[in-house]
Design a protein around this ligand. Structure first.
Ligand code: IVH
Length: 384
C-alpha cells in the first residue's frame, strides 16, 4: 500500500503511485466508486507531480498529471502557480448540488458568487515586471507552458505596459473575436493559406505561429492574477485588472456579475446563455466562482481544478456535418442567394438541414466541394 502523503522515495514507488491513480480514476469514471477519497486522490497526484518535477525524464505516459490540459503540447516554462482547469456542471440541479457541496466543505454559506462568461479561447499567463510585459506563456500541461512572447503585440487588451509599475502575473483567455476571425480568414485567403476552421483553432495557430508574412490580431480577456492583494474579492480583482489596463469581460454585454444568492447567480447564467448567439466572441459556458478571498482560500483546490469555481457548460453551438448540395434560391428581398443542403445535425436541440451561405465568394475561396465536412454554426434563431 502506498502512503499517499509522503514524498515518493523511488522510481518503483512512483510507478505504483501512477498505477494506483490510474486505477482510482478508471473506477471513478466507470461506476463512480473509487478506492480513494477526493483528498487522498489529490494528495497522490501531488506526490506524483512532485516526483516528476525532479525526474522529468522518467515521467510515465499514463501519469494523471498530464491530464490537466487533455494531452496538450507541453512547454518548458514552469508556471509560478499551476494553471488549473475547471470542473463542469450541465444543469441548474447539478450547479445547486455542487454549491451545496462547497458550502458543506466550508461549513458556512458562500458569501457571494461571481458569474462570468467562459471564454472559448486559450488560457495564457502574462508576466509583468515593474509594469512591463516580460513573458507570455501558454497553459501547456498546467505545470509548464510554451513561451509565446513573440505573439504578445498582436494581442489586444494585453498592454505592453500596465498603468502601475508593479510585478504581477495576469491570467486570462486569448481568443479571436468573430470580426478578428473573419478578418484573419480574408488575410489568409489573400496569402493562399487555408482558412481557420473556427476561432479557437485560429487563436491556437496564431499564438504559436512565428514568421508569418501577415499579422492577425487577437483579444485578451483577463480573469485572474497573482501578485495583487490576496484579500481582493474576485469581482474587485476584475476591476483592478481593468484599472491596470487589461481588457476584461466587463467591457461586454456578458459582464461578470456579483450575486448574493445562488438563485441570482442562476438568473445571470440564463441571461448570459441567452446573449450567447449575439456576442461578438465565442463562449462555451458560464463560470460561477465564490467571490470572497476567504471562501476561495478555505475551499482550496484539487490537482485539476479549484473547488471554489465551476463551469456551467452550455450545449455546443457548432457541429460538423457534410455538404450534400448547394441550392440557389431567390430570397425574400429578390436577391439570389445560395444555401447549403446538409446532412441533418442537431444543434441545441434543433435539427438543421439548410444553412445560408452568406458570402458566395467564400465557397470558391474555401474550395468547398460536395461531400466535404463543414462546420455548421447556429448563430441565431433557426426558423423552419
Ligand atoms: S478560471 C483557477 N474563468 O476554461 C481557475 N477560466 O475549462 C481556472 N476559462 O483553463 C480558470 N473563461 O482556460 C476561468 N472566466 C473564466 C474562464 C476560464 C474561460 C477557461 C480557462 C480554463 C478552462 C477550464
Amino acid at each position: 500500500m502506498i502512503d499517499a502523503f509522503a514524498p515518493l522515495p523511488s522510481s518503483s514507488a512512483y510507478a505504483d503511485a501512477v498505477a494506483a491513480a490510474v486505477q482510482a480514476a478508471a473506477a471513478y469514471y466507470t461506476d463512480g466508486a473509487t478506492p480513494l477519497g477526493d483528498d487522498e486522490y489529490d494528495a497522490l497526484v501531488r506526490s506524483i507531480a512532485a516526483w516528476e518535477e525532479t525526474h522529468p525524464d522518467e515521467v510515465l505516459p499514463d501519469s494523471p498529471t498530464g491530464k490537466v490540459a487533455g494531452g496538450a503540447v507541453q512547454g518548458d516554462v514552469p508556471h509560478s502557480v499551476p494553471m488549473l482547469s475547471l470542473d463542469n456542471v450541465f444543469s441548474a440541479e447539478e450547479l445547486a448540488s455542487w454549491a451545496a457541496g462547497l458550502e458543506r466543505r466550508l461549513g458556512r454559506p458562500v458569501t457571494a458568487w461571481c458569474v462570468e462568461p467562459k471564454l472559448d479561447g486559450l488560457a495564457v499567463a502574462a508576466r509583468y515586471r515593474a509594469g512591463r510585459l516580460e513573458r507570455l506563456i501558454t497553459r501547456g500541461d498546467g505545470l509548464a507552458g510554451e513561451d509565446i512572447s513573440h505573439a504578445a503585440d498582436a494581442v489586444l487588451g494585453l498592454p505592453a505596459a500596465l498603468t502601475e509599475p508593479i510585478d504581477v502575473e495576469l491570467r486570462g483567455e486569448v481568443l479571436l473575436t468573430q470580426d478578428q476571425f473573419d478578418h484573419a480568414n480574408r488575410i489568409r485567403a489573400d496569402h493562399g493559406a487555408t482558412p481557420f476552421a473556427n476561432p479557437r483553432n485560429g487563436a491556437a495557430g496564431t499564438l504559436r505561429a512565428k514568421d508569418r508574412p501577415y499579422r492577425i490580431e487577437l483579444t485578451f480577456f483577463g480573469y485572474g492574477a497573482f501578485g495583487l492583494d490576496n484579500d481582493l474579492t474576485h469581482s474587485t480583482l476584475l476591476e483592478r485588472l481593468a484599472a491596470l489596463g487589461a481588457n476584461t469581460a466587463a467591457t461586454t454585454a456578458a459582464a461578470p456579475a456579483r450575486c448574493s444568492t445562488l438563485e441570482e447567480a442562476q438568473q445571470r447564467i440564463d441571461e448570459i446563455a441567452a446573449l450567447r448567439a449575439a456576442l461578438p466572441f465565442g463562449i462555451d459556458g458560464v463560470v460561477v466562482k465564490a467571490d470572497s478571498a476567504a471562501d476561495q482560500r478555505d475551499a482550496g483546490s484539487g490537482s485539476r481544478a479549484p473547488r471554489w469555481a465551476v463551469a456551467r457548460k452550455l450545449a455546443a453551438e457548432h457541429k460538423v456535418s457534410r455538404l450534400l448540395d448547394v441550392e440557389w434560391n431567390v430570397g425574400r428581398t429578390g436577391i439570389i442567394a445560395p444555401r447549403a443542403v446538409l446532412e441533418p445535425v442537431v444543434i441545441d436541440g434543433v435539427t438543421v438541414t439548410f444553412a445560408t451561405l452568406h458570402n458566395p465568394g467564400d465557397i470558391e475561396r474555401r474550395g468547398l466541394m460536395i461531400g466535404d465536412a463543414v462546420y455548421v454554426l447556429r448563430a441565431g434563431v433557426i426558423s423552419a
